[in-house]
Design a protein around this ligand. Structure first.
Ligand code: G1P
Ligand code: ZN
Length: 550
């Protein structure tokens, strides 16, 4: 084996976020940048995590620009660093949930996922890399801290000189002393989905004339959705739109929300209501987010989690019931009401999927969700877009009701948590932190204060003690709760790339079915005014309306 030790310069960067290292493609293309980070991951795997020599690694990405080049570099570095085998998705492709599935199924030591999630791709877009451990989930902070510390001190990386691996050809080959197995990126994932959901019932639903549309946004879920929805479940060709993954996602922003999934929204909200499909869904760049739509109807991710929880026993993989449910703090309490009725615990965690991993590993929760279009379960250790879509199809097949009727009946039974998130993007950082400080300053005399009909019950800065490992996460968002159960939360985004993003989460509760079908913005108008007043939003930011309303 022809191995080189190449000199590199230590990183001088800020610490990567919880979702791995995400930067512009050009940054990754600079000499030694990718190599430095990969060597730091490998050093950490073998030193801090004490992987045995000859361990197996899983490797794949969302197909964005620079994916193939990065895969070849990582394979040659893996061969030089003592791995015995790498399982790589054909064409370098693995969606994030599929990578989690493959890591778990083949009991590999861990995996490297190349993705910048929902961020745009292409030569001027973003690229990203993250390490997942053997449970299939994102590496815990102890590991990511060790990786980061390594990037700052290492002065060389190891790589073998060898021709590129034929990534499009299924099967095994050797690279130095290491085996590379190019695997079908869809097969293991599709098999897992088939074990969880009633495919026969969904096939019958689709055969009965039920129409659906899935927007893959030219990102990684295209091949997964075509295989599962069209081939295995019999949906007609064309059900999956934008199904060919493109390195630049066709120039789009692969984030499944009402703004960016514009084509799907136009189809589902077409002028002729009856011509719209019965069900619409979309997923993001790497396949872990989801948006669920009915005919002229949007299901908030918070409601989606609650509906899935309430109907979980209709899916074979969940027929034995749920161990518990977890939601991030800013996600609405709709799932809490379901958990209460089911008599199972409901955990409220800080924002970010990693907090769910410990609860799932300990068997405490089965379902998890975030308001930011993330839903998932203990079948893998990432959120899972297509899984949520299949869960909904399973529920629709069993209940024989429209998406809208299912949600309306859910509200009638449990009450409606009317919900919205307002984002103010690209604020100057000092303006954003000043605004947060202003809100918090008022906490001393806020309890008991009345704003019109709203009387403040409590306010705090959310902190969380992990029930499994006892770790404390403080400063997770400013919460103001009112006597009638309404709530306002202020939080700064931890993933933005430009300036600061302020997120204001608004929630009210309506128990009366006669009043539930109200427009959320209208129902929340009073709370929106209070939020503006408490934060001096207009004076401080100069903004009169949010950048994005969800
Ligand atoms: C956002 C979402 C959060 C999600 C994260 C990663 O983080 O709000 O729920 O876990 O992306 O997908 P934020 O920018 O709010 O820190
Ligand atoms: Zn994603």
């Amino acid at each position: 084996m022809n191995m080189s030790i190449v000199a590199t310069t230590p990183f001088n960067d800020q610490k990567p976020g919880t979702s791995g290292l995400r930067k512009r493609v050009a940054v990754f293309q600079a000499a030694s940048y990718l190599e430095n980070f990969v060597q730091a991951i490998f050093d950490t795997i073998f030193d801090t995590a004490a992987a045995p020599a000859g361990s197996t690694l899983v490797l794949g990405g969302d197909g964005r620009y620079f994916n193939r080049e990065a895969i070849q570099v990582i394979l040659k570095m893996a061969a030089a660093n003592g791995f015995g085998k790498v399982l790589v998705g054909q064409g370098g492709i693995l969606s994030t949930p599929a990578a989690s599935c493959v890591i778990r199924k083949y009991r590999s030591f861990g995996g490297i996922i190349l993705s910048a999630s929902h961020n745009p791709g292409g030569p001027d877009g973003d690229f990203g890399i993250k390490y997942n451990t053997g449970n299939g989930g994102p590496a815990p902070e102890k590991i990511t801290d060790a990786i980061f510390a390594r990037t700052r001190v290492l002065t060389s990386y190891r790589i073998i000189e060898a021709p590129d691996v034929a990534l499009d050809q299924l099967g095994s080959c050797t690279l130095g002393d290491m085996t590379v197995e190019v695997i079908d990126p869809v097969a293991d994932y599709a098999e897992l989905m088939e074990s969880l959901f009633d495919f026969a019932a969904i096939r019958a639903l689709i055969g009965s004339g039920f129409r659906l549309c899935f927007d893959a946004m030219h990102a990684v879920t295209g091949p997964y959705a075509s295989e599962i929805l069209e081939r295995r479940l019999g949906a007609p060709a064309g059900t999956v739109i934008n199904g060919v993954p493109l390195p630049d996602f066709g120039g789009g922003h692969p984030d499944p929300n009402l703004t960016y999934a514009g084509q799907l929204v136009a189809i589902m909200y077409g002028p002729d209501r009856n011509a719209a499909p019965d069900f619409g869904a979309a997923s993001d760049g790497d396949g872990d987010r989801n948006m669920i739509l009915g005919r002229h109807f949007f299901v908030t991710p918070s409601d989606s989690l609650a509906v899935i929880a309430a109907n979980a026993e209709l899916a074979p993989g969940y027929a034995a019931g749920l161990a518990g449910i977890a939601r991030s703090m800013p996600t609405s309490a709709a799932a809490d009401r379901v958990a209460e009725k089911l008599g199972v615990p409901c955990y409220e965690t800080p924002t970010g999927w990693k907090f769910f991993g410990n609860l799932m590993d300990a068997g405490k929760v089965t379902l998890c969700g975030e308001e930011s279009f993330g839903t998932g379960s203990s079948h893998v250790r990432e959120k899972d877009g297509l899984w949520a879509v299949l869960f909904w199809l399973n529920i629709l097949a069993k209940r024989q009701l429209s998406v809208e009727d299912i949600v309306h009946r859910h509200w009638a039974e449990f009450g409606r948590n009317i919900y919205s998130r307002h984002d103010y993007e690209a604020l100057p950082s000092d303006v954003a932190t000043g605004l947060m400080a202003r809100v918090q300053e008022q906490f001393v005399d806020l309890p008991g204060r009345c704003f019109g009909n709203y009387r403040v019950k409590f306010c705090d800065d959310f902190s969380y003690t992990d029930p499994i490992d006892g770790s404390l996460s403080a400063g997770q968002g400013l919460r103001i709760g009112f006597e009638d159960g309404s709530r306002i939360v202020f939080r700064l985004s931890g993933t933005g790339t430009e300036g600061a993003t302020l997120r204001i989460y608004l929630e009210a509760f309506e128990a009366d079915p006669a009043k539930q079908r109200i427009d959320a913005q209208q129902a929340l108008a009073g709370l929106i005014d209070i939020a503006h007043e408490l934060s001096q939003l207009n004076q401080r930011t100069g903004r009169t309306r949010p950048t994005v309303i969800t």
